[in-house]
Design a protein around this ligand. Sequence first.
Ligand SMILES: [Zn+2]
Length: 429
Amino acid sequence: MTIDVREATSADTILARCDILAAHSSLPDGLIERVYLSKEHAEVNALAAEWMAEAGMTTWQDAAGNQCGRLEGAVPGLPALLLGSHLDTVPSAGRYDGILGVLTAIAVVQRIRASGRPLPFALEVVAFADEEGTRFGRALLGSRALAGTWDDAWWELRGEDGVTLRDAFTAWGLDPARIGEAARRPEELVGYLEAHIEQGPYLEDENRALGIVSSIAGARRFLVTVIGKAGHSGTPYERRRDALAGAADAIIAIERIARSAQLIATVGHLEVFPDAVNVIPGKVEFSLDLRGEYDSERDRIWTVIQDMLSDICRQRRLRWESVETHSAPAAVCSARLRGVIAEGIRSTGDRRPMSLFSKAGHDAMAVAEIAEIGMLFVRCEGGVSHNPAEHVTEADVAATIDAFERAVLALADETDAAAADSAVSPDGV
Ligand SMILES: [Zn+2]
C-alpha cells in the first residue's frame, strides 16, 4: 500500500480523524465523553496506534495506558523530542481539545519521515490517557505517570461508579505495581512540544490563527472568610457589621485589582451565614482562584488583595481570614522552544507571532518536571471549549500542522548547527 503523505497529513484528514475519534463516546446522541480506563479509551488508543504505525513509528502502550509511538533519529537510541497531547475528554466535550494536538503530532512525524531527513534526535508521540481528570477527579494522571510524579495515594481515588483507580487499572489490563515503568528519565528527552486549541478568545480577537504560549499559569486558591456580626434587619446602618456587604465590596475590588494587573481572579463560590432573609449576615465565605503568567506577579497581587481586604474590613468593623486550599507553580515555556514555535508560526506568514499565557492547565505542566516545554495555541471559535460547539477552521488546522512541522525542523537545525560548531572547536567545547 502506498500512502500519499500530503493527503494523509492534510488538515482535511486530521479533521476527519477528529470526527472518527468523536464517535468513540460513552454518551448517546452524538455527545462526547471519553474517560480514563474505559472501553472508549482502549478504542481510541488502538486507532492512534494504527495512525502512528502508518506514519512509520513503532508503537506501544505504556504502563499508565498512554499510547506512544517512536521514530528513530539519524542513529537508533537518541534522546527523543516528545510531541503530544491527550485523547480523554470532559463530559459533553468538543472534538478538538487535546485530540487536535495528538493528530497534529502524528502528521508531523509522518511528513518528516517521508522527507527522508535524518534528525539529530528521535521523535516520539504520546497520546495521554488522562488529562481532564473526569473519572477520578484528579487531572493529568497520564502525564504525571510519564513524568514520574505519580502519587500512590491516588490508587484509592474512586469514580462516580464507586470503582477505585486501582481496580479500574486492573480491569483495563494494566498492572498498578508497574506504574513506575511509565516514567521517563530527563536524559531520554530533548524537550516536549504540544499544540492545543487556545480555549480563550485572545487569538480570535487579534485575528490570528496561531500563538506562542509563554507559560501555563499555576493557580493559587484561597477560602476567604469575612466575619461581622449577625443581627436583626432592624439594626440601624451605623451599628451594622454586615459581612456580606463587606465581602461584596471586596469581590468587586478583587476584580478591579486583578484586571488592571492582567491577572485572572475568579470568585466562584460564596456562602452566607446564617443565610436568612431578615438577618444581617454575620459571616461570609468565598473562594478565590488567582492565576497569572508568572508566579511572582500573581503572588504580588495576592498581597495587594490582602491589603484591600484589611482596608475594607477596618472601615466596616469586620475581620477577615483566609486559608490557602491549593497552590501550583506556573510552568514556564523555555526560551529555546518558544523560539522554534515562533519560527514555525512565522513560516505560515504571521511575521510577528503573538505570545500569550495559558489560563487552563495542560499535560505540558506535568512534563515540565522532566523536560523543557513549548506550546503552540490554535484559535478556536469564540474561545469556546469543553462544549460540543468547540470549533476550529480547516485553514487554521493546516497552519497548525505546517507551523508545528517547521518548529520541529527548526529545533533539528539548531541542534545540527550546535553539533557542527562543537566539531570544529579545537577544544571540543
Ligand atoms: Zn486539553
